[in-house]
Every structure is written in C-alpha cells, then in structure tokens.
Design a protein around this ligand. Structure first.
Ligand code: COA
Length: 324
C-alpha cells in the first residue's frame, strides 16, 4: 500500500504573490532544510519575493496527498533570455523525486517562451545538488564565492580616497534614484544585481537590519561615483556563524564604470570594513562571482579568503556572466 507521503508530489504554479499561509509554509520548509544541511537553500531575494506583488517570479509548490508542502522552487522570469531558479526539498521527503518533478516543471515553464534557458542555483557545492542537476542535463555555469575575513587578524586599512572625492551616509528618501542608476551601470553585466529596482531597494530599507550609517556614498562635486553597503546579520543567522556570533557583510560595492580603477573600490571596501569593526564585529563576509577577478583581487587584498561556493547549473555551453 502506498501512503500519501510516498505518492508523487503534485506541483502547483502560482504567478502572483503567495498568500500569507503558503509563504509561511515555504519559510518553514526553508528553515527545516537550512537546519538539516547547515546551509540556507533560498537566498535573500527569493525570500523577499514570496509575498512581493511586483516580483517577476513564478512559485512552484510541491505538495503530497495530505497537502503538506514538501518542495518549493522559485523561478525568476524577469528576463526574456533566462529563467533562474532556486529549489528546496524538505529533508524528510528527499530521494523521492520531488526535486526532479520540480525541475521538470521548471523546464516546462522555461520552454513556454522560446529561446529561454533554465539555470538553477545550489547553495554549497553539495553532491545531491550535483547529481540532481546532472540528471536534469545541467552543468556548472557560474560560481558565487562566499569570502570571509577576521577583522582582528586583518584590521581594515586606512582608506585613501581619490582627489576631490568625499564620503557621506545614504539618506533614505533622497538617494535611491542616484544609487539605483550607478548600481545599474556598475552591474550592467550582472543578471541579478544590475536589475535592482527602486522597489527592491525600498524593500531592503524596510528590513530590520537596514542601517544608513553602514551605507556609504562616494561623491565628487555632488555626483555619485560609487558606494559600499554593509549589513549586520542578527546573532547566529549568518552562514557558518556561532549561535552568539554577530557577523557583518560587505553587501554591495559598486563603482561607476567611469570611475573604476582609481582606487575607489579598495577605499570603499576599507571604509565598509572599518564601519563593521567599529560596530564591534570580528567577522565580515561577502559574496562575489568567482570570475569577477577585479573584485576577488580587491577583497583578497583586504584580507578576505574563500569560505564557500554556491553553484549555478544551466544548459551546457552557457557562458558565465560577470558576477558580483
Ligand atoms: C570591483 C570594483 C568595486 C573595484 O572597484 P575599482 O574602484 O574599480 O577598483 P580599485 O581602483 O580600487 O582597484 C582595486 C584593485 O583592483 C585592481 N584593478 C582595478 N581595475 C582593474 C582592471 N580593470 N583589471 C585588473 N585589475 C584591476 C587594482 O589594480 C587594485 O589592485 P591593487 O590594490 O593590487 O593595486 C569595481 O570594479 C566595480 O564596481 N565593478 C562592478 C561591480 C562589481 O563587480 N562589484 C563587486 C561585486 S561583489
């Protein structure tokens, strides 16, 4: 006899925001999976997009006969060329084909627009993700490094600003549009960061961790040239953090292409780290594309080393876009 939990999962696609109960079920699934694997399966943006009315996403909900949510995939359908997915399966329901069912449905949704390709992020280079991706005909197309620095062993260097450049903190309600414009220029080749909208920015400003004191803008003659945005993770919530450890993040560093190569990226990184150290933090992390050699070099010079890698799977032959 087959019980409800052994039956193949049913997948429902939802194009709008999830209702509060479904969103909470996904968060619960995410927490259970993170606790079992020691790595969070969904990243920040998909979690914010669960209930965001403007989010360019399709939610895939996999349920068993008793309606329990056993798997979830979020498809970012915001571009015409690529669908990017994150997938999570409840630890108690693995190895029963739930991921394969979700991936097959994701492939179908992707194929609804001719020419689109599917790529899937896996957090942590874990064998199960590699096997599921291989079974779906996907190969590694992009790698995102998580880097880490001990601020006691590597105190931030003194920031040396290019001539005429001054630094001030971000003013909510005033600086959004200028920041969005420079961010889009700095990350023009980046599939996610470069598309950040004013609504995405406002959603982050509404998060409990948001603190303009840790969001620094570099200007010359009133013109924004670049910025560093830091984030302090609540105790125990950063990847690899001990239960009492508060970890800082260099969340976004971006320099306008016209001002790159002048030392601003190095100076802004140093200022962001000094802010985190002055908040009493010992550890800072950041995420960057493994192929973004200028950024990786800048961060290694600031004392960061590689701590982990997230892997994006996609069809063979897909070039890696410049990452951040
Ligand atoms: C990565 C980034 C922030 C660096 O800022 P920047 O102001 O251009 O960099 P700097 O002038 O401070 O240079 C930092 C280091 O990179 C090196 N570098 C800068 N541009 C380079 C280039 N085009 N090629 C090779 N090395 C380069 C510098 O020589 C310097 O190294 P050094 O300290 O050994 O001398 C900037 O290029 C940027 O905004 N890129 C797009 C957005 C992005 O990728 N952000 C990081 C995402 S995590």
């Amino acid at each position: 006899m087959t019980s409800d939990t052994d039956a193949p999962a049913r997948v429902t696609a939802v194009a709008g925001p999830l209702d509060p109960a479904a969103a909470e079920a996904v968060r619960e699934l995410h927490r259970a999976s993170a606790a079992a694997d020691g790595v969070a399966p969904l990243s920040e943006q998909p979690l914010l997009w669960l209930t965001e009315p403007e989010a360019p996403v399709v939610h895939l909900l996999a349920r068993t006969g008793d309606d329990a949510l056993v798997g979830y995939a979020q498809l970012d359908v915001g571009t015409t060329t690529r669908v990017s997915a994150e997938v999570v399966v409840h630890p108690a329901h693995r190895r029963r084909g739930v991921a394969a069912t979700l991936l097959a449905r994701a492939q179908e949704e992707t194929a609804a627009v001719p020419g689109r390709r599917l790529s899937v992020w896996a957090h942590g280079d874990v064998p199960a993700a590699r096997a599921a991706a291989r079974a779906a005909g996907l190969v590694v197309v992009r790698e995102l490094l998580r880097m880490r620095v001990d601020l006691e062993a590597h105190p931030p260097a003194d920031a040396v600003l290019p001539p005429g450049v001054t630094v001030r903190t971000f003013v909510p309600g005033q600086d959004e549009e200028a920041w969005r414009r420079v961010n889009a220029r700095a990350f023009a080749h980046h599939p996610e960061q470069g598309r950040m909208t004013s609504a995405d920015l406002r959603a982050r400003e509404a998060e409990p961790w948001f603190d303009p004191a840790g969001f620094l803008l570099a200007e010359r003659e009133g013109q924004l040239l670049g910025s560093v945005w830091t984030k302090v993770h609540p105790r125990g919530e950063a990847p690899d953090a001990g239960p009492e450890e508060e970890v800082g993040e260099i969340y976004v560093v971006g320099v306008d292409p016209d001002a790159q190569g002048l030392g601003l990226g190095r100076a802004l990184t140093a200022l962001g780290l000094a802010h985190l150290r002055d908040r009493g933090l010992r550890t800072a992390i950041l995420y960057t594309g493994a192929e973004n050699t200028v950024a990786v070099h800048t961060y290694e010079r600031a004392g960061f080393t590689r701590a982990a890698v997230d892997v994006m799977y996609g069809p063979p032959g897909q070039a890696a876009p410049a990452g951040g």
